[in-house]
Write a protein that binds this ligand. Structure first.
Ligand SMILES: Nc1ncnc2c1ncn2[C@@H]1O[C@H](COP(=O)(O)OP(=O)(O)OP(=O)(O)O)[C@@H](O)[C@H]1O
Ligand SMILES: [Mg+2]
Length: 521
């Protein structure tokens, strides 16, 4: 088939070739199944298939075993015989071993090129999700982003956000007048969450140089699509960071890519492993956004494939949009399992040759119940398919092999060194220093004046003239006495801010307020 990716053999004796149509590959997909049933290998062969057809791929490697895509399979591999056998069974005549073009990425910069984004790019909605903020705390984060925007304070890294929050805390009285109550406890709570995030190693992730999306959408000189592998093994220890990062990436793709309608083949295919993490106790607003991104990103030519154990991990509205499906075996131990199994089976177009529910229970390892979109985007009749064996290496490559791939990458050097531009942290620090210097100068001036006044009164007293009032306590409070026991920098800044805010309202486009997700929508 010219316009499809070979997935495996279905029908009687697995002799009927099953294809994933490239023209409908942007209508998303699902790979599901219990543990050890073949999901990762299915992901591997789909990635191989897309790459071979010139479609770049992005995938997260949760257990580290997908790095094998970068190496060729070998005849010495312990499954060589099994693979050949399987290939023969499904009539895969030109099966052979080959390595694929791989780029490794890593949020922590250890196992691949560093991936970074800025705090502003990620935006308050996703950062609130990342920090697990309450509604009130999220409100304050929104105010902070808005202020940063109005004040022209770039929010690049976590340091910037921390400095901004300190500033909001110090000025909360003045800011509360404008934005409603800003509770000091809430500001403190956000700051503590930021510390937790930092301890998870996220500090490296926020900053510059930020990831350029075009670097995920490359095809090589040989016409094959680059397979971008995100090292996610360490990242999985922080499931929130993992899910939020992938969601951010999806929303960036959605916003940055041009509309292409229904392309001949996708511009990029995005595999979202452990997809249930995205939806675990996610607020409805977030699920709605994911649903919307999934629906709209299609016309940008991006296909999204969710990988999860059970299809009912995925909200119905989103599941309904996953047109290409590979359902590996599901267990039916409990009543709940059986219900989930029945519901999974009901979503397929029945095949008169077998019972779908029973097939999902019975399929062997590396075998699946599949349904791919056919002409006009109609779901195909369900098939019992033996999935093709991989051409690249099954299982991870060694650390040395990985290092060699990273060293040989065209992108080598582009992201490795972090940049630390002048941003909110430095600017606020600068303002604080200036305000402190000014306050000190003012104080010195007042001291001088008071001293002069004292001298003058003392002079008068000395001359014997009666003085009716105290000379040490001026009738009108001076700046310095008013501010001596309050946070002078904070209040001084608040005045500056409130003054500066006048007239700026509505002038700046508030990108930060909705952040990375749905700018201006
Ligand atoms: N298409 C296939 N061709 C040949 N062997 C396969 C295929 N799919 C799975 N296998 C075999 O089954 C094993 C388990 O598959 P895989 O690692 O993909 O399971 P999984 O569903 O990802 O498991 P987990 O949930 O633990 O990650 C593989 O290591 C391989 O030996
Ligand atoms: Mg797996």
């Amino acid at each position: 088939m010219d316009d499809g990716i070979f997935v495996g053999g279905g029908g009687a004796d697995y002799g009927e070739k099953q294809w994933l149509n490239l023209g409908y590959a942007n209508r998303h997909g699902l790979i599901a199944g219990a543990t050890g049933t073949g999901k990762t290998v299915t992901l591997q062969i789909l990635a191989e298939g897309f790459s071979s057809r010139g479609v770049p791929v992005f995938l997260s490697d949760v257990k580290g075993d997908l790095s094998g895509l970068a190496a060729s399979g070998t005849e010495t591999h312990k499954l060589h015989e099994a693979f050949m056998d399987r290939a023969g069974k499904i009539g895969f005549d030109d099966y052979g071993y080959v390595a694929f073009p791989v780029t490794f990425w890593d949020l922590f910069g250890q196992q691949g090129h560093p991936v970074r984004t800025t705090v502003a790019e990620m935006g308050p909605l996703l950062i609130a999700r990342l920090l697990e903020l309450s509604e009130a705390q999220e409100g304050i984060l929104n105010i902070a982003f808005r202020l940063a925007d109005e004040e022209g304070l770039p929010l690049l890294d976590l340091k910037d956000l921390q400095a901004l929050l300190v500033w909001v805390g110090e000025n909360r009285e003045a800011l509360s007048l404008r934005y409603g109550n800003i509770a000091v406890q809430s500001v403190g709570a956000i700051q503590r969450r930021l510390l937790v995030l930092e301890n998870q190693g996220a500090a490296d992730f926020f900053g510059e140089p930020a990831l350029a999306l075009e670097d995920l959408m490359r095809t090589g000189a040989d016409g094959r699509g680059q397979i971008n592998i995100l090292a996610a093994d360490t990242l999985m220890a922080s499931p929130r960071l993992y899910a939020t990062f992938l969601l951010w990436l999806l929303s960036e793709l959605f916003e940055e890519l041009p509309e292409v309608g229904d392309p001949e083949k996708p511009k990029l295919v995005f595999f979202f492993d452990e997809a249930h993490l995205l939806f675990d106790d996610a607020p409805k607003a977030l699920v709605d956004k994911v649903e919307q991104v999934a629906r709209l990103i299609r016309s940008k030519g991006v296909g999204v494939y969710f990988i999860t154990q059970n299809p009912d991990d995925i909200p119905e509205d989103i599941l309904g949009q996953l047109g290409n499906r590979v359902q590996h075996a599901l267990r039916a131990f409990t009543a709940r399992d059986r219900k989930a199994l029945r519901m999974a089976a009901e979503t397929y177009r029945e095949n008169p040759d077998f019972d779908t529910e029973q097939a999902i229970r019975e399929v062997g390892v590396g075998e699946a119940v599949t349904s791919m979109l056919q002409k006009k985007g109609v779901p195909g009749i369900v098939q019992r398919t033996l999935i093709r064996p991989p051409s690249s290496q099954l299982g991870p490559i060694s650390a040395q092999e990985r290092t060699a791939v990273i060293a040989g990458s065209d992108l080598r050097g582009k992201y490795e060194a972090g940049l630390d531009r002048v941003s909110a942290y430095e600017m606020l620090k600068d303002r604080a220093d200036k305000a402190a210097a000014e306050a000190a100068a003012q104080e010195a001036r007042e001291e001088e004046m008071q001293a002069a006044e004292r001298e003058y009164s003392a002079g008068r007293r000395y001359s014997g003239t009666r003085v009716g009032r105290s000379t040490t306590k001026p009738a009108r409070k001076t700046w310095s006495t008013r501010h001596r026991d309050t946070d002078s920098f904070g209040e001084a800044m608040a005045k500056v801010v409130v003054k500066e805010l006048k007239g700026t309202t509505g002038r700046r486009i508030v990108r930060g307020i909705l952040g990375g997700l749905f700018k201006g929508r």
